[in-house]
Design a protein around this ligand. Structure first.
Ligand SMILES: N[C@@H](CCC(=O)N[C@@H](CS)C(=O)NCC(=O)O)C(=O)O
Length: 212
């Protein structure tokens, strides 16, 4: 039994996709950020960073969304969500997951929480403008990768695609949005027909219509 501490459209979305895809036995526990539940003493015992998500498996809490995704995949080696040891695509899986998390997600976070990256309110607009360009640089690399690939790693859908879909949701309203990149836009249209993406977005109340 997995317990996923989540909030709609937070970094819990990618693990949620995986648990649903795998038809895993899981429970969703809403962390109410409106009441600062992610900073409560009980939650900090599970996740000292006070961030969402946290996954609890067999009483062991784990935080950091990509680590959670890898762990879920490793507990389901029969699934094709992560290439197995020895598969030449396995290092590419780690490469893309790290790129998504360390580069694209990090840039989006600075855009979304720009006020945390300055002590001068008048510079927030500049930070956001600079971040738009940095996000667009990363999207351009992903767009090139998707030109000849149905999914990030080729013909097979992996956890990297669920992670990428989550990030595309997060930056869907910026000026140089993912939809302004031809191959990403086509990829997102395809993923909108994925039954797990449809079901989980429905559960989390996320509107897929902009991607269709
Ligand atoms: N690196 C972490 C980032 C987690 C994160 O920043 N989560 C956000 C929601 S997407 C959060 O909890 N924000 C609340 C806050 O910063 O107070 C991960 O990938 O799990």
């Amino acid at each position: 039994m997995f317990k996923l501490y989540y909030y709609p459209n937070n970094a819990s979305l990618a693990p949620h996709f995986l648990l649903h895809h795998l038809k895993a036995d899981y429970e969703l526990l809403l962390v109410d950020t409106d009441t600062n539940a992610h900073k409560s003493a009980d939650y900090l015992k599970l996740n000292p960073a006070g961030l969402i998500p946290t996954l609890v498996v067999n009483d062991q809490p784990i935080f950091e969304s990509p680590a959670i995704c890898i762990h879920i995949c490793e507990l389901h080696p029969e699934s094709e969500l992560m290439p197995t040891i020895g598969d030449f695509k396995r290092p590419l899986f780690f490469q893309w997951l790290a790129y998504l998390n360390n580069t694209l997600q990090a840039e989006i976070m600075v855009f979304n929480y720009a006020h945390r990256h300055t002590n001068d309110e008048s510079t927030i607009a500049n930070i956001k403008a600079a971040q738009e360009d940095r996000i667009a640089d990363a999207l351009s690399i992903i767009n090139d990768q998707l030109e000849h690939n149905k999914y990030l790693l080729g013909d097979t859908l992996t956890a990297c695609d669920y992670f990428l879909f989550m990030l595309m949701e997060w930056c869907s309203t910026i000026e140089k949005s993912p939809l302004t990149f031809k191959h990403i836009a086509a990829y997102l249209r395809r993923l909108c027909t994925n039954p797990t993406i449809k079901a989980v977005c429905d559960i989390e109340g996320l509107d897929l219509s902009p991607f269709k």
